[in-house]
Design a protein around this ligand. Structure first.
Ligand code: HXC
Length: 510
C-alpha cells in the first residue's frame, strides 16, 4: 500500500511541476505566475478540487507519443471565492505552450458543463499558444466544442476570462463570447492574426503589443473590460468582481453586509450642478456619493469615457450603473458609448441585476463619421437593451435629457419603474438656444429677440415639471437625499415580476 501511495504522490508531484523547473523559471522571469499559482490566488485557501490531473493527449504524430505530460497543459476544477462556488481552468504555458489539444479541450469542456449543471460561474485563465499544431483538426474541433459551450453558458452562468499570456488565432473567440475579459499589461495579447501575418497580408508593420496588447483592447477595440499591472492585481480584481455577481441566472446577486447609513445625506450634491449649463461636472462624484461605502467597480473605464458603466451596492445589494459623463464630450451618446452601455445593460438583465441610470445627456453626436459608422444601428442597441430589460430600472435625470437620448436613457416610456429628476433637470427636444434658432428662424440674426425667445423656451422646458405633470417623472427629489431615495426605490422593486411576450429570441440590431 505504501508503494501505491508513493506512486500516486510521485505522479501528482510530476503533474504539479508542469513543464519542469526550467520552464517555470522562464514563466516567472516574464513576470507571470504559473497556472497553479494563479488558481491558488484566485480561490479561497484549500478550496480547490482538481479534475483530470493525469489526463494526457493521445496524439502520435510528430513524435508526440514521447511526451505525454500529465494534465496536458491545463489545470481544471472548482473551488470557492469568498465561500461561493466557481469552476476554473488555468492554461499552463510551461506544458507545450499551453496549446489546446483534443484532451486539453475535453478538460475545459467538462468543467464548463459541470458549471452549467450546478449553476456556478466559470473563470478561464488563458495563457496559450493556441491550437496544438501537431494535432491539426482534432485541436480545432476541441476549440469548436469550447465555443459551443461558451454559447450555451451565455446568460446561464457568468463567464469571466483573464488573458494572462498569448491568446492568438481563433483562440480569442472563446474569451470574446464570455461576459468579461481582463488583461494583464505588457504580458498578454489577443489577436486573430499575429504581426507576421499582418505584415505579409497588409504590409503593415506593427508590434504584438500595438496590435493586441492591453492598451489596444481597453482603449481602442473595447474587447477587454479592464487591464491590470500584473497577474496578482488581475486576480484580486476578479475576486472583487465575482462578489458582485449572482452564481447563475436563477439566483439573486449576493447581499453583502454594509456599514453605510441608508439615510446618509450628502449636502454637497445640492451644488454638484454648475450654474452654467455648459460647464461639465464629474458624474463619478455622484456615483461615489450614493454607493455603499463609496465603492464603484467600473468596467470599460478607458473606452467611450462619455458613458460610465459598473457596479455599486445599495443596502448591500448589487446595482448596475449606467451614467452619462458630462466631463467627456458633454456626455453625448455616440456609437461607442451606445455599444458599451447596451452590452452592460444586457449583462445586468440576464443575471437579474437591477439597473440605475444617471442621465445628463445633450443628445446623440451629430456628424458624418457617426452616420457613416451606423450610429442609427448602434444607438438602437442601447434603446433596445433598455426596452427589453425586465429587471428593476430606476432612472435619475440630473440635468440635460434632450431629444432621442431622453427616450433612450431608461425613460418611463421604455418601462423604467421609477424615474426621478433633480430640480435642475431640463427635459426638452433640444437646448433652448438651438430650439429658439429653429422655431424663430426669422429672428436668428437679432440677438436681443433671440435671447428673449431662448429665455422663454428655458422657462417653459428647462425644468423637470412639465414631465412630472405628465407622470413621466415620478418625483422631483432633493440632490442631498438621492442615496436614500434610490435605496427606497430599489427596495420597493424587489418583488418585481415582468415578462416579455414569448419569442425564440429577439433580433437586437447587431
Ligand atoms: C504546439 C506550441 C504551440 C502550439 C507554442 N508551443 N505554441 N506547441 N502548438 N500552438 C510550444 C513551443 O513549441 C515551445 O515548446 C513552447 O510551447 C513555448 O513556446 P515558445 O515559442 O518558446 O514561447 P514564446 O517565445 O514565449 O512564444 C509564444 C508564442 C509562440 C508567441 C505563443 O510559441 C507561437 O507563436 N506559437 C504558435 C502560435 C500559433 O500560431 N498558434 C496557432 C494559432 S491558430 P518547447 O518544447 O520548445 O518549450 C489557432 C486556431 C484556433 O489557435 C482555432 C480556433 C478556431
Amino acid at each position: 500500500m505504501t508503494d501505491i501511495l508513493q506512486e500516486l504522490e510521485r505522479r501528482r508531484e510530476a503533474a504539479r511541476m508542469g513543464g519542469g523547473q526550467k520552464r517555470i523559471d522562464s514563466q516567472h522571469a516574464k513576470g507571470k505566475l504559473t497556472a497553479r499559482e494563479r488558481i491558488e490566488l484566485l480561490l479561497d485557501e484549500g478550496s480547490f478540487e482538481e479534475f483530470d490531473t493525469f489526463m494526457t493527449h493521445r496524439s502520435t504524430d510528430f513524435g508526440m507519443e514521447k511526451t505525454r505530460p500529465a494534465g496536458d497543459g491545463v489545470v481544471t476544477g472548482w473551488g470557492t471565492i469568498n465561500g461561493r462556488q466557481v469552476y476554473v481552468y488555468s492554461q499552463d504555458f510551461t506544458v507545450l505552450g499551453g496549446s489546446v489539444s483534443a484532451s486539453h479541450a475535453a478538460k475545459i469542456i467538462k468543467i464548463m458543463e459541470m458549471a452549467m449543471q450546478n449553476g456556478a460561474p466559470i473563470i478561464g485563465m488563458n495563457d496559450s499558444g493556441g491550437a496544438r499544431i501537431q494535432e491539426g483538426v482534432d485541436a480545432l474541433g476541441g476549440y469548436g466544442e469550447i465555443f459551443q459551450r461558451n454559447i450555451m453558458a451565455s446568460g446561464v452562468v457568468p463567464q469571466i476570462s483573464l488573458i494572462m499570456g498569448p491568446c492568438a488565432g481563433g483562440a480569442v473567440y472563446s474569451p470574446a463570447m464570455t461576459d468579461f475579459i481582463f488583461m494583464v499589461k505588457d504580458s498578454s495579447y489577443m489577436f486573430v492574426t499575429g504581426p507576421d501575418v499582418v505584415k505579409t497580408v497588409t504590409n503593415e508593420v506593427v508590434t504584438a503589443e500595438e496590435l493586441g496588447g492591453a492598451t489596444t483592447h481597453t482603449r481602442k477595440s473595447s474587447v477587454a473590460d479592464a487591464a491590470f499591472e500584473n497577474d496578482v492585481e488581475a486576480i484580486a480584481e476578479t475576486r472583487r468582481l465575482f462578489d458582485y455577481l449572482p452564481l447563475n441566472n436563477r439566483a439573486k446577486p449576493p447581499v453583502r453586509p454594509f456599514f453605510d447609513e441608508v439615510g446618509r445625506v450628502e449636502a454637497s450634491l445640492d451644488t454638484l450642478i454648475p450654474d452654467n449649463p455648459n460647464q461639465p461636472y464629474d458624474m463619478k462624484e455622484l456615483i461615489l456619493k450614493i454607493a455603499d461605502e463609496g465603492d464603484f467597480y467600473e468596467l470599460q473605464e478607458e473606452f467611450a469615457r462619455n458613458i460610465l458603466t459598473g457596479f455599486i451596492r445599495l443596502e448591500g445589494q448589487t446595482v448596475g450603473v449606467v451614467a452619462n459623463q458630462p466631463m467627456v464630450l458633454a456626455g453625448v451618446l455616440d456609437i461607442d458609448s451606445s455599444r458599451k452601455a447596451a452590452r452592460f445593460v444586457r449583462f445586468c438583465d440576464c443575471f437579474d441585476i437591477p439597473i440605475l441610470t444617471l442621465v445628463d445627456v445633450p443628445g446623440f453626436m451629430p456628424g458624418t463619421s457617426q452616420e457613416y459608422g451606423g450610429v442609427i444601428k448602434h444607438g438602437a442597441k442601447l434603446l433596445f437593451a433598455y426596452g427589453e430589460a425586465t429587471v428593476p430600472k430606476v432612472t435619475l435625470i440630473t440635468r440635460k435629457a434632450y431629444g432621442g437620448a431622453y427616450d433612450v436613457m431608461a425613460s418611463k416610456h421604455l418601462k423604467a419603474d421609477v424615474n426621478y429628476a433633480w430640480p435642475t433637470a431640463e427635459i426638452a427636444v433640444m437646448g433652448a438656444k438651438g430650439a429658439s434658432e429653429i422655431i424663430h428662424r426669422a429672428d436668428r440674426d437679432d440677438p436681443e429677440k433671440l435671447a428673449a425667445h431662448t429665455k422663454d423656451y428655458e422657462d417653459r422646458f428647462a425644468n423637470p415639471f412639465v414631465a412630472a405633470e405628465r407622470g413621466f417623472i415620478d418625483e422631483v427629489i432633493l440632490p442631498r437625499s438621492t442615496r436614500v431615495r434610490l435605496c427606497r426605490a430599489f427596495a420597493g422593486l424587489r418583488g418585481k415580476q415582468a415578462q416579455m411576450p414569448w419569442k425564440k429570441h429577439d433580433n437586437i440590431p447587431l
